[in-house]
Design a protein around this ligand. Structure first.
Ligand SMILES: Nc1ncnc2c1ncn2[C@@H]1O[C@H](COP(=O)(O)OP(=O)(O)OP(=O)(O)O)[C@@H](O)[C@H]1O
Ligand SMILES: [Mg+2]
Length: 241
């Protein structure tokens, strides 16, 4: 059976969509098949061309049911469901069907207050610091805020996803032919962490040397085999694995 990861949380703008796509891209870089599932009715589906994963549009309740059933039937696949802020009912539903739940939060009191509520509401969920500062002074202040305000949940906080300007490239309707190496490395590391938590065996990801390969070439690479019902028009024909 496939695994389903849901990235949710009540606060908007925490990085749910970015992390969903980074995770799927990282899965592709690690040779794993994944599908990024859009549920946010305020957003449009992104073009799958050039991505190392499929995208699915599940913005209606009916479509979500179908997509989840389909993912469940695909052994070895990972479905990553991108939630939307301020949707408590949807978050509960997604929490109920996920094997792993991630709650991104940024370095702000408001985000921390909200993630505390979500950690209480969703006892199996993990908090993941998102858009985390890289400047040492800001980082120390952010870590201090975690220690002081989230200390009770210390064993449910994952390593941070640092601020990375290139991450926005994955949210473009169409991604560029080449993606920067630091983005690839961050995507791989996130995917490896998630596979580890799901207890899916995978070799440790190689870290690309920035000096040697400034960018990751993805153009011309075959995307993962499409799964029936997920591939938008023009995508490769579906095959069951
Ligand atoms: N690691 C990161 N580094 C830099 N910018 C980031 C990072 N993660 C997210 N962002 C930026 O923060 C903004 C919000 O991110 P995103 O859209 O992923 O959040 P969201 O939780 O999906 O928001 P919403 O609640 O509206 O769905 C975007 O402009 C995105 O590019
Ligand atoms: Mg979003």
């Amino acid at each position: 059976m496939a695994e389903i990861v849901c990235i949710i949380g009540n606060k908007g703008g925490t990085g749910k969509t970015t992390l969903s796509h980074m995770l799927c891209q990282g899965m592709g870089l690690l040779g794993q098949r994944s599908i990024c599932v859009l549920t946010d009715t305020h957003r449009e589906p992104l073009d799958p061309e050039g991505r190392r994963y499929l995208v699915a549009d599940a913005r209606t309740r009916e479509a979500l049911g179908k997509v989840v059933d389909k993912i469940r039937s695909l052994s070895g696949w990972l479905g990553v469901i991108d939630g939307g802020g301020n949707r408590t009912e949807m978050d509960r539903k997604l929490y109920g069907l996920a094997n792993l739940v991630l709650l991104p939060f940024r370095d702000s009191h408001e985000d921390i207050r909200t993630v505390i509520q979500d950690l209480e509401a969703f006892p199996r969920a993990w908090a993941i610091p998102s858009q985390w500062p890289t400047n040492p002074w800001q980082q120390e202040a952010a870590q201090k805020a975690i220690r002081e305000r989230l200390g009770k949940y210390a064993d449910r906080i994952l390593p941070p996803i640092y601020t990375l300007s290139a991450s926005k490239l994955l949210l473009q309707a169409q991604i560029p032919d080449k993606l920067p190496t630091p983005l690839g490395n961050a995507c791989r590391a996130l995917a490896y962490q998630v596979l580890d938590m799901l207890e899916v065996a995978c070799e440790a990801p190689p870290v690309e040397e920035i000096e040697e390969a400034a960018e990751i070439e993805i153009k011309g690479e075959a995307p993962p085999t499409a799964a029936e019902g997920f591939a938008p028009a023009g995508a490769p024909s579906p095959t069951r694995h």
